[in-house]
Design a protein around this ligand. Structure first.
Ligand SMILES: C[S@@+](CC[C@H](N)C(=O)[O-])C[C@H]1O[C@@H](n2cnc3c(N)ncnc32)[C@H](O)[C@@H]1O
Length: 232
């Protein structure tokens, strides 16, 4: 019997070691923090999406958390992971992890840059129920990821973001809040305003630039009129 995705995820965080497709051990890298992976797992378990999408897979900690949530919900479901570097820089470690927990049939990797993959997925899919954004973290890329996620996400669906403490991600979230209809949801993560010094932490707190992952529920399919602009 294969290991469950969440057991494998926790084991990897403990050992900080992963294996590639040929069994070679490598140090875990580029991963989201464990409490954030646990929160992702809880959100997906609670909402049991039929179709989930993630941007940014790396060694697949978010992938295991999402598949773990689908597994716990026991309701089938499918995850699509967009990452241009899975078989190259990440040596298929994420794919190997999915195979180890016997969930390859519920998982598909689109090995392309987000700006090529997401327009094709928008044409292909009728809608998605859940998305997690953890790819390239500059403002333009996060905004682009959100733009396409918003087009695919059904009303009531949820989108989560990693590295929200980065000014670029925070700015993209300010766009989400001013130019679309979403409500932030509490996933049990206390806001974290820690920084390398007191001044930075104060700025962070004042700007509410929370380091933890943040999740938003889509309230409705809505876009402003063609000439709308709100400062964000
Ligand atoms: C921080 S890592 C993702 C970590 C992963 N979510 C986890 O928790 O294990 C960021 C990932 O984004 C991918 N990436 C970089 N540029 C990208 C792009 N333009 N489109 C999609 N993915 C991209 C990288 O290959 C890398 O795997």
């Amino acid at each position: 019997m294969s290991i469950s995705p969440v057991e494998l995820m926790r084991e990897i965080y403990e050992t900080r070691t992963v294996s590639d497709a040929s069994g070679v051990s490598l140090p875990l890298e580029s991963e989201m923090r464990l409490p954030l992976a646990e929160a992702l797992y809880r959100v997906v378990s609670d909402h049991t999406p039929n179709l989930a999408l993630e941007v940014g897979m790396a060694h697949g900690m978010s992938t295991l958390a999402i598949l773990g949530g689908l597994h716990a919900g026991n309701a089938g479901g499918m995850l699509i992971s967009v990452d241009p570097h899975q078989s190259t820089a990440y040596r298929d470690v994420g794919r190997t992890n999915v195979r180890l927990c016997g969930m390859s049939a519920q998982h598909r990797v689109v090995e392309q840059l987000d700006y090529l993959a997401l327009p094709s997925l928008l044409q292909e899919l009728s809608s998605i129920d859940f998305a997690y954004v953890d790819g390239w973290h500059t403002f333009d890329y996060v905004l682009l990821d959100f733009f396409y996620v918003d087009k695919m996400l059904r009303p009531g669906g949820i989108v989560g973001f990693n590295d929200c403490g980065y000014p670029a991600v925070h700015k993209a979230l300010a766009f989400l809040k001013t130019h679309r209809k979403y409500a932030e949801i509490d996933v049990g993560l206390k806001p974290d305003y820690n920084a390398s010094n007191v001044l930075k932490a104060t700025v962070r707190r004042v700007l509410r630039r929370n380091n933890n992952d943040r999740y938003f529920r889509k309230l409705e399919d809505w876009e402003p009129t063609w000439n709308f602009y709100s400062y964000f």
